[in-house]
Design a protein around this ligand. Structure first.
Ligand code: GLY
Length: 322
């Protein structure tokens, strides 16, 4: 009888713990307003965000790791043409695609990142392979491609990333001679942060960067501490926006540091750091989860593709007033 009671108590505590998982995703921030999005785009984007949440939630609800969940959630968005990552990545000035990605495990603060890869179907999985190999944190260009071949990850030709809408955006950028920061023509970086039922957090981010980028430009997404950071002592963060400003502010690490050293909540820290980004001239947003179960967004743009999931359910949103 005593043993049965103990097993019962153990099962109940496991069930309670498994209910504590959280997942937050983003698919980019920018001038996202109702009159700029067709009903079909609205439906497709919401459906893709929900599929991403479902992929990560399935893992977390079964007691899987935050790391597996963020990778799975980001892969769904990389495979969807509506987002600026993987299939759907923006074009460089020369008409190709160069992809950046990173991932971090808050349990160990192990991290992996890749920059300017051109033939890796899912850069987030390559970033994870870099992290698991453990020798280096960040690989770039040809070397990262070679590493991907060695690890047997799926390769594609660079034109796999072509989509008509991104080509139209490049053509428009060239025709109008506007800069990289014309918010109509960029953004759509994707990311996920999660808390698992063991109390660990993780973060992942993936992007095609900026439309019309040149000279091997690399943004914040593969920079650990700028676009991505995870630390069980504070939080997990993934960012989207004008990468140069996020690098200068060290956004993701700064949010975690404010929480650790100033004792701020996720919301207070994220809003404060996004205000700093704005004061430098940068726009974009962040998603945050904490080991305590806080789930927050902060963005200084009219909208951000985003979603949240927990044992209580899933929700997605696009516009700032949702
Ligand atoms: N935040 C994505 C980039 O600037 O590349």
């Amino acid at each position: 009888m005593r043993n049965l009671l103990m097993i019962g108590a153990l099962l109940m505590s496991t069930a309670a713990q498994a209910a504590d998982w959280k997942l937050v995703i983003h698919g980019g921030a920018g001038t996202i307003e109702r009159d700029r999005i067709t009903p079909e785009q609205d439906r497709n984007i919401r459906a893709a965000l929900d599929r991403s949440l479902a992929a990560g939630s399935d893992i977390l609800a079964k007691g899987g790791s935050a790391l597996d969940a963020v990778e799975a959630a980001v892969r769904v968005l990389e495979d969807d043409p509506n987002f600026n990552a993987g299939h759907g990545a923006v074009y460089t000035y020369e008409g190709g695609h160069e992809l950046d990605s990173s991932i971090m495990d808050g349990r160990t603060r192990a991290a992996g990142a890749v920059a300017a890869v051109t033939t890796v179907k899912n850069p987030i999985s390559l970033a994870r392979a870099v992290m698991e190999d453990g020798t280096h944190v960040m690989l770039g260009g040809k070397g990262a491609e070679e590493f991907s071949h060695e690890k047997g990850l799926e390769q594609v030709s660079n034109d796999y990333f072509n989509t008509p809408e991104r080509k139209r955006q490049l053509d428009e950028l060239k025709a109008r001679k506007v800069g990289y920061y014309d918010v109509d023509l960029k953004y759509g970086t994707v990311g996920a942060v999660a808390l698992d039922s063991a109390g660990h957090v993780a973060a992942a981010t993936s992007t095609g960067g900026l439309t019309g980028k040149r000279w091997g430009r690399i943004g914040d997404s593969p920079i650990i501490g700028s676009g991505t950071y995870a630390d069980d002592r504070a939080c997990a963060v993934s960012a989207t926006g004008a990468g140069e400003y996020f690098i200068r502010e060290g956004v993701a690490h700064e949010i975690c540091a404010r929480m650790r050293f100033k004792g701020e909540s996720a919301k207070v820290a994220a809003d404060a750091v996004m205000a700093e980004v704005k004061s430098l001239g940068g726009t974009g947003g962040v998603i945050v989860v904490t080991p305590k179960g806080e789930m927050d967004y902060s963005f200084n743009t009219p909208g951000m593709y985003r979603g949240k999931a927990s044992a209580a359910g899933r929700s997605v949103a696009i516009f700032g007033d949702e």
